[in-house]
Design a protein around this ligand. Structure first.
Ligand code: HEM
Length: 494
């Protein structure tokens, strides 16, 4: 495909102006969405969507259109274009609706949380939730809870490692990482520890972890087919998807009921918001005490937070342990800073993180190379011009995070795992976007960032990490990006 542009656009410096005539068609991967979808299906390309995007940008240039089934998007990756998209997202930014999720809520008559809502309804709920999840005061409240879980995880692992004669253990840490992330989510959201680091974690939790994985993996193929039709004919894929969601709702419902009972008990509530006997009782407790959201909306949002909060942190931590293991010098530099900071922080997790900016850089670096969600979508509310192409208002524009993070046009030596790069100017302006951007960015961002940093802090204080092979990990996409085969990591006690 040749990528020709409007001459008059180039003459006006890329700004749409009165002199602009026809805009050329954006390069595309094929005109028919249904033919494209069939090709995707036949070639098993759904699981390699991130690689497909990367190679398409290499072939067609920094902007292209893709039609898949009934969906059509303009795909972009350059920071300047993303900035322009952000400026046109409006007061109620919209991303692509995950229709199978929405259909599940409608069929089961559940309320929708902020992930699925739009317009003023979304905005008013989101502003209330921000106060309990995103604002600095909320972070101060939940930081000690995350620190406790991360510290306990390290102690549990240390005890296992030291049971052997060699003070070292090689394992696939992914099952432990999922337990860590679920334990951390339950502590922050319900104010409750659920004992997942014991030798016999509950079956209920194992089922929850399984259900989230199944719900995620069945979403991408269902996105392109009409879920209402599939539910009517009882298609197996739809049945699996809906059953997985039902499990997730049942798990959340049980925890919420427990939380309600605890808060209603004589010493459960107190004059302090969200506190039971002066104790922080998690996001659920805060929301219930404030009473600004109805109980049904609290349930809907808490369920979404639980569904969105486990794999999204557990999976990048797998990649992170691997990258630190295969880059011993980087690992040592981060550990050095963490040790110094920990020594002066006096057990205060907030202070410890503040004094170790390389931890923040490490998390950014993990998400640059392995963004959990590979795209962020927006529908601009006004016509915009990207790469000299005219994009009408209402077009779905996708920011493609995987190609962005690995582009030599955007990052120097992008293949190098280098947390230091974020300390310099390289990070400025729409480059670190794994959590999205603007008012609609990830609601769990502060939880996730702190959870991952504290996890890595305790691991680096206790263990040296190594890997037997430095080969790149093959990745696969099932709504989130994860390793095709989880890497083995060697933990050696320090
Ligand atoms: C490394 C971990 C995570 C990553 C990379 C991530 C990424 C994202 C992204 C890209 C979005 C869309 C943002 C946008 O459209 O601009 C999003 C939305 C969201 N995320 Fe996360 N997420 C992570 C962890 C979490 C956690 C731990 C939770 C819950 C505790 C969570 C809950 C949500 C919710 C509720 C939304 C929808 C927000 C809205 O539409 O207003 N995420 N996330």
């Amino acid at each position: 495909q040749t990528m020709r542009r409007s001459r008059s656009m180039e003459q006006t410096g890329g700004k749409k102006s009165a002199g602009v005539r026809a805009f050329k068609e954006i390069p595309h991967t094929g005109r028919s969405g249904w033919l494209n979808l069939l090709r995707f299906w036949k070639e098993g390309r759904f699981n390699l969507l991130h690689k497909h995007m990367e190679s398409t940008f290499n072939t067609l240039g920094p902007i292209y259109r893709e039609n898949l089934g009934a969906h059509s998007s303009v795909n972009i990756m350059m920071p300047a274009d993303i900035g322009e998209l952000f400026r046109s997202e409006g007061l109620h930014p919209r991303r692509m609706t995950l229709q199978p999720w929405a259909t599940h809520r409608e069929i089961r008559q559940h309320q929708k949380g902020v992930f699925l809502k739009n317009g003023e309804d979304w905005r008013s709920d989101r502003l209330l939730l921000n106060r309990e999840i995103m604002m600095p005061g909320a972070v101060q409240r939940f930081l000690p809870l995350l620190d406790q879980v991360a510290g306990d995880f390290s102690r549990m692992l240390r005890a296992r490692v030291e049971r052997g004669a060699r003070r070292s253990l090689t394992l696939d840490p992914s099952p432990d990482l999922f337990r860590f992330a679920l334990e951390a989510s339950c502590h922050v959201i319900y104010g409750e520890r659920i004992g997942l680091f014991s030798s016999s974690p509950s079956q209920e939790s194992q089922r929850f972890i399984w259900a989230v994985e199944r719900m995620l993996s069945t979403t991408p193929p269902l996105l392109y087919l009409p879920p209402r039709l599939l539910s009517r004919i009882g298609a197996p894929l739809w049945t699996q998807h809906a059953t997985a969601w039902d499990h997730i709702f049942t798990h959340a419902e049980a925890r919420i009921q427990k939380g309600c009972q605890r808060l209603a008990s004589p010493n459960g509530g107190s004059s302090k918001a969200g506190a039971a006997g002066g104790q922080y009782t998690g996001v659920l407790g805060q929301l219930m005490e404030k009473g600004q959201l109805s109980l049904d909306l609290i349930k809907a949002n808490v369920t979404e937070l639980m569904a969105g909060g486990v794999d999204t942190t557990a999976v990048p931590l797998q990649f992170g342990l691997f990258e630190l293991g295969r880059n011993p010098k980087v690992q040592e530099a981060v550990r050095q800073q963490v040790r110094e900071s920990w020594a002066v922080a006096g057990g205060d997790p907030g202070k410890a993180l503040q004094g170790a900016p390389l931890l923040k850089g490490t998390v950014k670096e993990i998400l640059r190379l392995y963004p959990v969600g590979i795209t962020v979508q927006r529908y601009p509310i006004r016509d915009i011009v990207l790469q000299n192409y005219h994009i009408p208002a209402g077009t779905m524009v996708q920011v493609c995070l995987y190609p962005l993070g690995r582009s030599p046009q955007i990052f120097q030596e992008p293949e190098r795992f280098d947390p230091m790069r974020w300390a310099g100017g390289e990070g400025a302006g729409f480059r670190s976007l794994a959590f999205g951007f603007g008012a609609r960015q990830c609601l769990g961002r502060r939880i996730a960032e702190n959870e991952m940093q504290l996890f890595l802090m305790h691991i680096l204080l206790n263990f040296r990490l190594s890997v037997s092979s430095k080969e790149d990990i093959k990745t696969t996409y099932t709504l989130i990006l994860h390793p095709e085969t989880p890497p083995q990591i060697t933990f050696t006690s320090l």
